[in-house]
Write a protein that binds this ligand. Structure first.
Ligand code: NAD
Ligand code: UDP
Ligand code: UDP
Length: 338
């Protein structure tokens, strides 16, 4: 069956020059697309530290070399500047596909979710690699079911301003399942809920990074709308643990990966104030169209099948991010990509 990549040169699951990854496990060669970004760079750190070889593909659209510079001398690490919208030939065991313009400011400009995902699935098919898609809670749109389970099909506006992201990821999920069913590619789908932490893009308009950067710059925190909309915020190391558990496990998914703690934007502002600067203030701004009113993951499926759940609360995680932001802002290293 050549479509599954189970025969032929590129389907070999071990490659020459492989180094052992500790007792009882061969090291893997792993591609992380979007590995110079916020989540990707933390994932790369984890994979490198457990002994694997990692190839990052990134076009530095929102990612930064600074996020990976500590690995540049590591012989198990490789960085390729490449846009996944274009095909690429590599020989690997696993593909974590994170590349995506991930914030409203950036995601309008790029067909990455469709063309990039197609190319990475083509690559996975050719070499017999396992493919993990980082989808998003946004596939649930403005949800009519609360909290959201993986079985919920979502409430997405197909022609709105956010649609290229929501619908792009929904299409990416469809492509992933089609390659799984049609070409026997081993796939995994994660639906990631709002995640924060060090190395997050400073000015991409996400609420946690906005609030923290605003407080450090002594500006008021901009609360959109009435601030009563809710989100659930997950610390990045919890997400990375979940992604690896999903890739290594036996289940395709989709799996919600998020922290079920639910906060209104006003409550979030309060926690940021408590943990970073008690003199912080807020100001109200108009909200964007189609903004989901509430969002909170039901993670019982991941708990049961992946034995995973988040461990770090917002109050524990925020100070770790505040330190990183403070250093970057005070050093003038605001990071718009290289
Ligand atoms: P990020 O912007 O920090 O990282 C995305 C990376 O992809 C960047 O390094 C960027 O340069 C790269 N990239 C973008 N387009 C590319 C292209 N065409 N070719 C090659 N590289 C490209 O964002 P993140 O928060 O780290 O998100 C990572 C993944 O997780 C994304 O797929 C995103 O949709 C998903 N996700 C993130 C969150 C979150 O809260 N952070 C929530 C839901 C889903
Ligand atoms: N592709 C790639 N690297 C590979 C194999 C495929 O980038 O190692 C791309 C390929 O160029 C195509 C896409 O992935 O655009 C889908 O590949 P597939 O073989 O599934 O489709 P086909 O080429 O048969 O249309
Ligand atoms: N938001 C806000 N102030 C900001 C940025 C965002 O109040 O400076 C709100 C936004 O309207 C939304 C929520 O915070 O209701 C989360 O926005 P974000 O873009 O971080 O994530 P997403 O909407 O993708 O969940």
């Amino acid at each position: 069956d050549s479509s599954s990549g189970s025969s032929g040169f590129f389907s070999k699951r071990t490659f020459p020059g492989r180094v052992p990854a500790g007792i009882g496990r061969k090291s893997l060669r792993i591609v992380v697309t979007g590995g110079a970004g916020f989540v990707g760079s933390h994932l790369v750190d984890k994979l490198i530290s457990r002994g694997d070889e990692v190839i990052v593909i990134d076009n530095f659209f929102t990612g930064r070399k600074e996020n990976l510079v500590h690995l540049f001398r590591n012989p198990r690490f490789e960085l390729i500047r490449h846009d996944v919208v274009e095909p690429i030939l590599l020989e690997v065991d696993q593909i974590y596909h994170l590349a995506c313009p991930a914030s409203p400011v950036h995601y309008k400009y790029n067909p990455t979710n469709v063309m990039g995902t197609l190319n990475m699935l083509g690559l996975a098919k050719r070499v017999g690699a396992r493919f993990l898609l980082t989808s998003t809670s946004e596939v649930y749109g403005d949800p009519l079911e609360h909290p959201q389970k993986e079985t919920y099909w979502g409430n997405v506006n197909p022609i709105g301003e956010r649609s290229c992201y929501d619908e792009g990821k929904r299409t990416a999920e469809t492509l992933t399942m089609d390659y799984h069913r049609g070409a026997d590619v081993e796939v995994r789908i994660a639906r990631i809920f709002n995640t924060y932490g060090p190395r997050m893009c400073l000015d991409d308009g996400r609420v946690v990074s906005n609030f923290v950067a605003q407080v450090i710059r002594k500006q008021p925190m901009t609360v959109y709308g009435d601030g009563k909309q809710t989100r659930s915020f997950q610390y990045v190391s919890d997400l990375v643990d979940g992604l690896v558990a999903l890739m290594e496990g036996e289940h395709v998914g989709p799996f919600n990966l998020g922290n079920p703690g639910e906060f209104t934007m006003l409550e979030l502002a309060e926690v940021v104030k408590e943990t970073s600067d008690s003199s912080a203030t807020i100001e109200f701004k108009p909200n964007t169209a189609d903004d989901p009113h509430k969002r909170k993951p039901d993670i019982s499926k991941a708990k049961e099948l992946l034995n995973w759940e988040p461990r770090i609360s917002l109050r524990e995680g925020l100070p770790l991010m505040v330190n990183d932001f403070r250093n970057r802002i005070l050093n003038g290293d605001e990071g718009k990509g290289l």
